[in-house]
Each structure stands twice: as C-alpha cells, then as structure tokens.
Design a protein around this ligand. Structure first.
Ligand SMILES: [Zn+2]
Ligand SMILES: [Zn+2]
Length: 237
C-alpha cells in the first residue's frame, strides 16, 4: 500500500465517521411520543421514497445537462452508460462514500431546520440514508446482472440478503435499472427506483429536456415528450 492509498483510505474512513456522527446527532433530536407515533410509519415511507427521488434528480441532472465546472462528473455518468461495469474500476469504499459529502451537508441542515419537527426530521434522516446508499445499490444491481461471466464462471459474490432486497425491490432491482440503460430517458432513480415513475411523470408534465448518448459521445437533447415515448417504444417493446 503506497502513500496515495493510505491517504485515500484515511479520506474515506474520515467521511464515514463524520457521516455516522451527523446521523447520530440527528437521531438524538428525535422525540417520538404517543402523539406522533401513528404517523411514524408514514414519515419512514415518505423518507424512503424521497431519498430515492433525490438520487433520481441527481442522476437526471448529470445525464441530461453539461455544465463546464461539472464536466468530469457528467463524463463519469456517460462512461457508465457505455460501460455499466465502469464503477468496478474503483474500490468498493469509494462507492460507499461517493455521496456522503452531500449527505453530511443535508444532515447538518435538516438537524437545524427540523429540530422541532420530529416526523420531518425522521423522514429527512431516512431519505438521507437512502440517498447516500444510491451508488452502492446501483453498483450491486450491475453486479447482479454480471454475476456470471460469458463462460458461466462466477465473477461477483453477492450476499444472499442483498439478492433478497433486490428481488423484493427494496433496493435497486437490476431488471428495473436495465430499462434506464436501454432507453437512457427513464428510471433515473437508483436507490430502489420506486420513485422513478414520479420523476418520469414530472419530466413529462413540465416538458423538461432529456438526453441520450447512444452510439455517440455527443449530447443529443430531445425536447418533446413524443420523442421520449418513441425511444421507450423502440427499446422496451
Ligand atoms: Zn444514466
Ligand atoms: Zn447503471
């Protein structure tokens, strides 16, 4: 292990520890009592769906636009479309920590804003954790698709409980995510994809741009919803 590896490990472990601290600090402000206990499951479900929705917004933004200062991140997302196993070039810990800086900021802000609103704070804690799990769930979805190589040899070990969560669509299911890779214009949410239909609907309603990079590295932005359905019909029907 060289100095760079030591520094990288120090960086990743520090981020994880700060993130855990921020989440625990949020949890200590939770006051669930008799008056709000019945709404607790609703807050958990909303947090679960909202965290996935946030992962979709981030993914949609990176896929669709091309801001100069974020050029490397846009490129990272496009390379992934060309090579769905692109994340495997990096150690697992870097995937785990990829979204944590945003999660830390999110946690610090929500701990202050929602300090006196326990149900909103609970929803924000759950959505923070779900949002931060997006890339690791995404990586495991691709591992599931490529669990065996072309010769039938196992190339990725996927723990049984991960497969169970994938099969029950509690975390990102590989077949569900495949629709995004086939069309590139739908199913942007990558934590569990259960909020994808909401984001897809909003994109349609507000006629937000959508982009696809098939067969080229150039950006091709489709503005019309009718073109989107043509693409979906072409690749999914
Ligand atoms: Zn994408
Ligand atoms: Zn993917």
């Amino acid at each position: 292990m060289n100095n760079q590896d030591n520094f990288d490990n120090f960086y990743h472990i520090t981020l994880i520890l700060i993130y855990i601290y921020v989440i625990i600090e949020n949890i200590t402000k939770l006051t669930i009592n008799k008056s709000n206990i019945y709404f607790t499951p609703i807050a958990i479900i909303i947090g679960y769906l909202f965290g996935d929705f946030l992962s979709g917004i981030y993914h949609y933004f990176m896929d669709t636009y091309d801001f100069y200062i974020l050029r490397d991140v846009h490129k990272y997302f496009r390379v992934h479309h060309d090579n769905p196993l692109s994340m495997e070039k990096y150690p697992l810990i870097s995937t785990i920590t990829e979204i944590l800086p945003l999660g830390i900021v999110f946690g610090i802000i929500s701990s202050h804003i929602f300090a006196k609103h326990p149900l909103l704070l609970l929803a924000s804690i759950i959505s923070n954790i779900i949002m931060c799990s997006a890339q690791i769930a995404h990586r495991y979805a691709h591992r599931r698709t490529h669990e065996f190589d072309k010769n039938g040899n196992k190339q990725y070990h996927i723990p049984e409980f991960i497969k169970f969560l994938q099969d029950k669509h509690i975390i990102l299911n590989n077949k569900e995510h495949r629709k995004h890779h086939l069309t590139e214009v739908m199913n942007y949410c990558i934590s569990n994809s259960n909020s994808s239909f909401i984001l897809d609907k909003l994109i349609d309603i507000f006629n937000f741009p959508i982009s696809t990079y098939k067969n080229s590295n150039n950006i091709h932005t489709y503005q019309k919803t009718s073109e989107k359905s043509d693409i979906i019909n072409k690749y999914l029907k």
